[in-house]
Design a protein around this ligand. Structure first.
Ligand SMILES: NC(=O)c1ccc[n+]([C@@H]2O[C@H](COP(=O)([O-])OP(=O)(O)OC[C@H]3O[C@@H](n4cnc5c(N)ncnc54)[C@H](O)[C@@H]3O)[C@@H](O)[C@H]2O)c1
Length: 259
């Protein structure tokens, strides 16, 4: 019960990594706001939380819409009190090199991944300040630290989230609010399954993902949720402005010299 009595807001929590974090936080005693554009699946996650004896609230909202974000935070605050844990996890991942990325895809990617993080943080921070502190986690990616091919727009947003976490950590440390970033490698998630399903040689692509990580496999949602739990909890009370890699060594790896 490492989050007993706390209120947490997780964006993009209807599936995948966000869902795993929402379930983990609820198991640790937090009351969880499950925010997603997909309201039906958000309610499904809340049902799963309740079945396990926890408490949650489904919040159907688009993180790119300032009014919807404010309304969602207002509902959560009315139901459980102001959130003192926020995980900015909602994201979209258009693929392609820069000149192949449409203006619409580029704008949407920045709107969800970066501007959405700004809008949700902005809506939550006044309540956190009044409460005397909190923990904010931006979900970045190994692509925010290292160049990987075919992910120009996505990588730009994930790098920006790391810079944003650092900047915010300096602004809000005096208020007891810690701000960190998490940078997962490839994770066994619906996003990965969708990608692999579109490939011709699915088994080979999947093997390549596993082999890319020095640990020899992709990560699990649980492994990301565990580190997120640490950053959200008081155990990380001296950790702010940091980026935690959860990538099986991918970002640490150098190139093997070839003959
Ligand atoms: N899966 C991976 O391998 C991996 C690796 C590194 C980082 N990440 C990051 O982890 C996070 C979660 O990834 P995932 O694999 O679970 O993705 P996912 O696509 O399965 O889930 C993303 C969720 O965000 C929601 N969402 C999208 N746009 C939204 C919006 N405008 N407003 C509200 N909700 C919105 C979607 O409905 C979905 O439920 C993302 O930030 C992603 O960039 C994932």
């Amino acid at each position: 019960m490492r989050l007993a009595g706390k209120v947490a807001l997780i964006t993009g929590a209807a599936r995948g990594i966000g869902r795993g974090i929402a379930l983990k936080f609820a198991q640790e005693g937090a009351k969880v706001g499950v925010l997603d554009v997909d309201e039906l699946d958000s309610q499904g996650v809340v049902n799963d939380i309740v079945i396990e004896g926890g408490e949650g609230l489904a919040l159907g909202a688009d993180v790119t819409d300032p009014a919807q974000v404010l309304e969602a935070v207002r509902w959560l605050t009315l139901k459980f009190g102001p959130p003192t844990i926020l995980v900015n996890n909602a994201a979209v991942m258009p693929s392609g090199r820069l000149h192949e990325t449409s203006v619409e895809d580029f704008d949407r990617c920045l709107a969800v991944n970066l501007r959405g993080t700004y809008l949700v943080s902005r809506a939550v921070i006044p309540g956190m300040i009044d409460a005397g502190g909190g923990s904010i986690i931006h979900m970045s990616s190994v692509t925010g630290l290292r160049g990987l091919p075919g992910l120009a727009a996505y990588s730009a947003t994930k790098g920006a989230l790391i810079a944003l976490a650092r900047a915010m950590s300096t602004d809000y440390a005096p208020h007891g609010i810690r701000v960190n970033a998490l940078a997962p490698g490839t994770i066994d998630s619906p996003m990965l399954h969708d990608f692999v399903a579109k490939q011709t040689d699915k088994a080979r692509v999947r093997r390549q993902f596993d082999a890319m990580h020095p640990i020899g496999r992709v990560g699990t949602i649980e492994e990301v949720a565990n580190v997120c739990l640490f950053l959200a909890s008081d155990e990380a009370s001296f950790v702010t402005g940091s980026t935690y890699s959860v990538d099986g060594g991918l970002s640490a790896k150098g190139e093997q010299p070839q003959d």
